[in-house]
Design a binder for this molecule. Structure first.
Ligand SMILES: N[C@H](CCC[C@H](N)C(=O)O)C(=O)O
Length: 283
């Protein structure tokens, strides 16, 4: 089977996008594991299927490099909006895209018939430890909570943006050995559905730097939902303010996050890199 694809990224968080309006991918987990490989495949942080939806302009399904399905992906949803707009599938400045964590509203910023960036209403953060989910027996939100990994105690703040995040505040994120510590959080038994872990450094009340170890994909150059979780955690810990744009500086670019009483808004770019076709035995 010949599968057309579009390679896009949001702040360097790159995925392989497949239009599934007219055909079904039988085993997307296998496909992601195969074509995400940066040496033997196309290369990416995973794949994103753009599918028909009865309740929105499209439905997005996102799979990490290891084939696990993500319930929400902030950088990818901006690229899905770009794909729909640039390919004249949905020529509107406001789109609705359905995800495993609900329908999200995206306001597009366009120029000459192309979408350059977008503002996504990611929704309300969820702080109940059972909803993250964690197996930590606490009723209240885990804020600056002591958490042991091997023989070290970390202070964590956990936030769900439809997918699970564990946020840590650090003095120098450049010195962290993410390859070593990232998997220890990702596979920690207290996170039954695994977890995306953000290591953040406060620059000012409206600017933070962040590195991320993503569940199922390892260190990525950016994580949209992770940037949202990081700003929520920074507000909860008194480092940033609500109802204020916070610049999140990531390895692959910058996102602007605003945490309000109603929701978390994420603004950032979406870039198409190339298109192609790949052979796939859709078994
Ligand atoms: N690894 C994440 C999905 C991708 C999230 C990230 N790339 C984003 O932009 O939000 C998970 O399994 O929850």
């Amino acid at each position: 089977m010949n599968i057309p694809f579009t390679k896009m990224h949001g702040c360097g968080n790159d995925y392989i996008y497949i239009n599934c309006f007219d055909h079904t991918i039988e085993n997307p987990e296998d496909l992601s594991r195969t074509i995400s490989n940066r040496h033997f495949g196309i290369g990416g942080d995973g794949i994103v299927l753009i599918c028909h939806s009865d309740v929105a302009d499209a439905k997005m399904r996102m799979f990490n490099i290891d084939g696990s399905e993500g319930k929400m992906c902030g950088n990818a949803i901006r690229c899905v909006a770009k794909y729909l707009y640039d390919h004249n599938i949905a020529c509107k400045e406001t789109l609705e895209i359905d995800t495993l964590s609900g329908v999200k509203i995206i306001k597009l910023h366009t120029e000459n018939g192309k979408m350059l960036s977008a503002t996504v209403d990611i929704g309300e953060p969820m702080l109940d430890p059972a909803i993250i989910p964690t197996l930590i027996e606490e009723q209240n939100a885990l804020i600056n909570f002591p958490f042991q990994v091997d023989d070290e105690i970390f202070a964590i703040t956990t936030v769900s943006m439809g997918n699970p995040h564990c946020v840590l505040f650090c003095d120098d994120i450049d010195s962290i050995n993410l390859q070593h510590i990232g998997p220890k959080f990702e596979h920690h038994p207290m996170f039954p559905e695994s977890v995306n872990t953000e290591f953040i450094q406060i620059e000012s009340r409206n600017c933070i730097r962040m590195r991320v170890w993503e569940r199922g994909s390892g260190e990525t150059l950016a994580c949209g939902t992770g940037a949202c979780a990081a700003v929520v955690a920074a507000v909860l810990n008194g480092h940033c303010d609500k109802d204020t744009d916070v610049i999140v500086k990531l390895l692959g670019g910058e996102l602007i996050i605003r945490y309000t009483d109603e929701s978390v808004l994420m603004t950032g770019p979406a870039v198409q890199v190339f298109e192609g076709e790949i052979q796939w035995n859709n078994k």
